[in-house]
Design a protein around this ligand. Structure first.
Ligand code: GDP
Length: 300
C-alpha cells in the first residue's frame, strides 16, 4: 500500500490513539464518545465532520447492538471510507484529442511547483510529451524553480521575464504546445494572497486565454493545498473553489504532517474530488488518491 509510509504520522496521531482508547475503555459509553471526538478533532478531521461522524457511529452502534469497543474499529473504518467517498472521480480529465491543459492554483509555498514537476514526470513515464508554462511571474525565483524541475524531469519550460503578464506567458505556452504538438501542458500560476481580487482577476484572464486558444481547455484546474496547514487548507479550498473554477484538489506534504485527517474534512465539507496526494519531495512521491487504500493504510 503506497500510502502506508507517507501516513505514518497521521497514523500515530489518529489511529494509535483510537486503538489505545478502545483497549483502555472497553465499553462504548458517553465518555468513550467524548474522547473519540477529541482524538478526531486533534487529527484535524474538523469539528463539523467529527460531529456528523460521531452521530453516524452512535446510530450504527445502536442498530447493530454493539457494546464492546473492540467491535467499533471496523465500523469506524467503514464510515471513514464512506466519508471519503468510495467511488469519487480521482482520474484526470484528458482531452479526447490534442493538447490537455492543466492549470495549477494555490497560495505560495503549498507545493505547486513541486507537484507540477512530479506530474510532468508521471506523464513522461507514461510516454506523453509535456510542456510547462511559468505563469507565476510574481514570486521571486518561481520561474527558475520551475526550470530546475523542467531540467530534472527533462521537459521544456515556456517563460518570460519576471514581472511580465502571466496571460501573455500562457498565450506563448499554448502556441508552443500547438506547434510542438505536445500531449500535456502544465501551467503554473501566481499564489500571492495579499490581494485576493487581483489574483482572481489574473486567474480569470489566464483562463480566458487558454479557453480561447484551445476549445475545451483547461481540462483540469487543480488547487494545491498543504496538509500541514490543517483547517487553513479547508478555508483556502473554500475560497479558491468558489471563484476559480477548481475541478480537483492535490493535497501535499501528507508525509510530514499528523494532520492527515484534513483529507476527511475536505471530502466531507466540499464537493471537490481529491485527485492526488504528495507523499515526499522526490519526483516519484505523488500518488493518485484512493479512499479505500487511504483508510486501509491508516487502519490495517
Ligand atoms: P509553491 O510555492 O507552491 O510552488 O511550493 P514549492 O513547490 O516550492 O514547495 C514548497 C516546499 O514544499 C518545497 O521545499 C518542497 O520540496 C516541499 N514539498 C512539496 N510537496 C511536498 C510533499 O508532498 N512532501 C514534502 N515532505 N514536501 C513537499
Amino acid at each position: 500500500n503506497v500510502f502506508k509510509e507517507g501516513l505514518a504520522k497521521t497514523r500515530t496521531a489518529l489511529v494509535e490513539r483510537v486503538e489505545e482508547l478502545i483497549t483502555r475503555r472497553k465499553k462504548i459509553d458517553e465518555e468513550f464518545y467524548e474522547e473519540l471526538e477529541e482524538i478526531l478533532i486533534g487529527a484535524d478531521v474538523g469539528v463539523n465532520t467529527v460531529m456528523d461522524l460521531i452521530d453516524d457511529l452512535r446510530a450504527e452502534v445502536k442498530k447493530r447492538r454493539i457494546e464492546d469497543a473492540a467491535q467499533l474499529q471496523p465500523v469506524l473504518s467503514e464510515k471513514l471510507v464512506g466519508l471519503l467517498g468510495g467511488d469519487q472521480d480521482n482520474g484526470l480529465r484528458m482531452a479526447e484529442e490534442g493538447i490537455t491543459v492543466i492549470l495549477f492554483v494555490g497560495v505560495n509555498g503549498v507545493g505547486k511547483t513541486t507537484t507540477i514537476g512530479k506530474l510532468a514526470h508521471r506523464f513522461k513515464s507514461e510516454g506523453k510529451s509535456v510542456l510547462l508554462a511559468a505563469g507565476d511571474t510574481f514570486r521571486a525565483g518561481a520561474i527558475e524553480q520551475l526550470e530546475v524541475w523542467g531540467q530534472r524531469v527533462g521537459v521544456d519550460v515556456i517563460r518570460q521575464q519576471s514581472g511580465s503578464d502571466p496571460a501573455a506567458v500562457m498565450f506563448d505556452a499554448v502556441q508552443a504546445a500547438k506547434q510542438r504538438k505536445v500531449d500535456v501542458l502544465l501551467c503554473d500560476t501566481a499564489g500571492r494572497l495579499q490581494n485576493k481580487n487581483n489574483l482572481m482577476e489574473e486567474l480569470n484572464k489566464i483562463f480566458r486565454v487558454i479557453q480561447r486558444e484551445i476549445p475545451g481547455a483547461p481540462h483540469e484546474v487543480l488547487l494545491v493545498l498543504d496538509a500541514n496547514t490543517g483547517q487553513n487548507a479547508l478555508s483556502q479550498a473554500k475560497l479558491f473553489g468558489e471563484k476559480s473554477g477548481v475541478t480537483g484538489l492535490v493535497l501535499t506534504k501528507l508525509d510530514s504532517t499528523a494532520k492527515g485527517g484534513i483529507v476527511i474534512a475536505i471530502r466531507h465539507e466540499l464537493s471537490l474530488p481529491v485527485k492526488f496526494v504528495g507523499l515526499g519531495e522526490k519526483m516519484e512521491d505523488l500518488q493518485q488518491f484512493d479512499s479505500e487504500q487511504f483508510v486501509h493504510a491508516l487502519f490495517a
